[in-house]
Design a protein around this ligand. Structure first.
Ligand code: SF4
Length: 300
């Protein structure tokens, strides 16, 4: 069993705080990698400032303070700091955070996956960890209490972070597409092939979605949840679903074809690695997906 460290987060440096921070307790320093986690977790506190996050408004109530501290714990590089000392235990105890039914957001993002979000599906047949969070002691303990990890589904090679430590600790079976496998991860247990969707169990379908990378896959769960890695996400600015030609490393043309394939799979939740989560009715999500595909075709 691997031994996780308690809170493996660097401490933000007040001497390196961005001047754009609103004065007060919380600040963001220059180590910020602009991953979006804090803006998604605590939008009332953190905002955007061309290439990095900043404190837009200091948290002024217990619920807002709690969200800001959750962002601090989740920040992959420890770029968020406070002047005052805060007890992080109550916030850490809320992670993984339940989103809906038996689906949880893990928090504890890792710099090795550029701060990507990861998720835990708690199921009687065995839990699934979707992409890899940081291997942090408190998170690992909470995952143990929730039943451990039976499978670790890896959307693509960029969001794998501490996958090997989770494998050693939980003896979970990792699943990835063969086209993502390179020399240092050849020992991954399940390597899927081809472009056709693969039924992993009656409620779980692995859908190959080449585009962002050659072997990218999304995970469809219970006709309600779509874990999309870096293939598709919600854009709060545009209030619709989006993908990005700028962050497409393999083939934009194939990413459009992969997106088209998703019209066959109803979902209410889009749960990405990078980009924002969102929940809508199945009908509305499908309309947004169709709009996204039209937009992608125009920008091809
Ligand atoms: S979570 Fe950390 S690295 Fe990510 S945008 Fe916020 S301050 Fe920057």
């Amino acid at each position: 069993m691997s031994t996780p460290r308690a809170y493996p987060i660097a401490m933000a440096d007040p001497s390196k705080r961005w001047p754009e921070n609103t004065a007060g307790d919380f600040f963001v320093d220059r180590s910020c990698i602009d991953c979006d986690q804090c803006r998604e977790i605590a939008p009332a506190t953190f905002g955007d400032s061309s290439g990095h996050a900043r404190v837009e408004r200091q948290p002024d109530s217990p619920p807002l303070l709690s969200r800001a501290l959750m962002a601090l714990v989740t920040c992959p590089v420890g770029a968020i700091g406070t002047k005052a000392k805060h007890d992080l235990h109550p916030v850490v105890d809320r992670l993984p955070e339940q989103l809906d039914e038996n689906v949880f957001f893990c928090g504890f993002a890792s710099e090795n996956s550029f701060g990507a979000s990861s998720y835990l599906i708690v199921r009687p047949e065995g839990n699934v960890l979707m992409d890899s969070p940081r291997f942090a002691a408190r998170l690992v303990r909470k995952i143990e209490q929730l039943g451990g990890v039976r499978w670790m589904f890896l959307s693509h090679v960029d969001d794998m972070a501490d996958h090997a430590k989770f494998r050693r600790h939980f003896q979970c079976e990792r699943i990835i597409h063969r086209h993502e496998v390179h020399s240092s991860i050849q020992d991954i247990e399940q390597q899927l092939e081809g472009h056709d969707p693969i039924c992993l169990s009656p409620d779980l379908i692995a859908i190959p979605t080449p585009g962002h990378t050659r072997g990218h896959m999304v995970l469809h769960y219970k006709n309600r949840f779509l874990f999309t890695g870096d293939h598709l996400w919600w854009s709060p600015e545009r209030q619709t679903l989006r993908a990005s030609p700028r962050y497409c490393w393999y083939s934009w043309k194939q990413q459009i074809e992969s997106m088209q394939k998703l019209l066959d799979y109803p979902f209410e939740w889009v749960l990405p690695g990078h980009g924002y989560r969102h929940h809508l009715s199945t009908h509305d999500m499908r309309e947004h997906l169709k709009n996204c595909i039209s937009w992608m075709r125009q920008s091809n």
